[in-house]
Design a protein around this ligand. Structure first.
Ligand code: URA
Length: 252
């Protein structure tokens, strides 16, 4: 059983206080009877809740795929900069948060949800969920450096980086990586990098270890989820049922 105000807020009708006002106006009925009491208990799976003439479908968790543009921060709020949540203003953003962080100038795939358990499963260092990126750099690595990059680097942290994937991006991967990109990097030297962890500025610091500077970085995948090239930077969509199911079952 669930309080009616919580149910309505979870469904995205509005904040808890907005929902209370909506109830007072008599705009909600449960199983055919108008209900104004916020604490009224309902069975989300079976009770028929109508708001403004429309039957509601209960949804506790929300999942969005945002193509993060450069210039915004991966935080729920920030005194100075635009945040990734500012792009989802028409959604029930109350409990939403980005799953992991991308740097302010990094673009690409960002999962936004209010599902703490899924976020934990995707981010926990123990779960080793792959995150892949295309990194445009100003200096090519040699074979020895590539091997070192793969096996683990000392980038000034307590421990070496975990084994990572890296290979030179093909022309079609470069084309794909630059699709809808906010800048056109001067150098077309690009690598596809796959990490199993997410340390602060990790990819930039790994290339910096070899005096190579990352000039453009875009995240392409997180576990089973892939960036949708139909999404322009700053645009988002809800995940499909298949994508959600796979996030739970394909990454463990
Ligand atoms: N590595 C970085 O350096 N920055 C990111 O945003 C993500 C990975």
């Amino acid at each position: 059983m669930l309080r009616l105000d919580k149910y309505l807020a979870d469904t995205g009708i509005g904040s808890r206080s907005e929902v209370k006002k909506i109830l007072k106006l008599g705009l909600v009925s449960v199983n055919g009877k108008s209900v104004k009491d916020s604490s009224f208990k309902i069975e989300p799976e079976s009770d028929k809740v109508i708001y403004n003439g429309k039957e509601l479908v209960y949804q506790k968790y929300h999942y969005y795929l945002l193509n993060k543009p450069a210039g915004c921060v991966s935080a729920t709020r920030d005194g100075l900069s635009q945040t990734v949540l500012d792009f989802l203003q028409n959604e029930p953003t109350r409990d939403l948060f980005p799953v992991g962080r991308l740097d302010k100038d990094t673009e690409g795939l960002l999962l936004i949800t209010n599902d703490g358990i899924l976020a934990h499963n995707l981010l926990s260092p123990k779960k080793h969920v792959d995150k892949s990126y295309i990194a445009f750099v100003d200096k090519k690595l040699n074979q020895e450096q590539i091997a070192e990059f793969k096996s683990g680097l000392d980038i000034g942290d307590e421990s070496f980086t975990l084994p990572a994937g890296i290979y030179e991006a093909s022309l079609s991967e470069i084309e794909n990586g630059l699709m809808n990109a906010s800048i056109k990097p001067e150098y077309e030297i690009a690598y596809i990098v796959t990490l199993k962890e997410g340390r602060y500025h990790q990819i930039k610091r790994m290339f910096a270890h070899f005096s190579s500077e990352v000039v453009y970085l875009k995240r392409l995948t997180m576990g089973s989820l892939t960036l949708d090239n139909n999404l322009m930077p700053g645009h988002y969509r809800t995940l499909s049922k298949t994508e959600i199911d796979c996030l739970f079952s394909c990454n463990s």
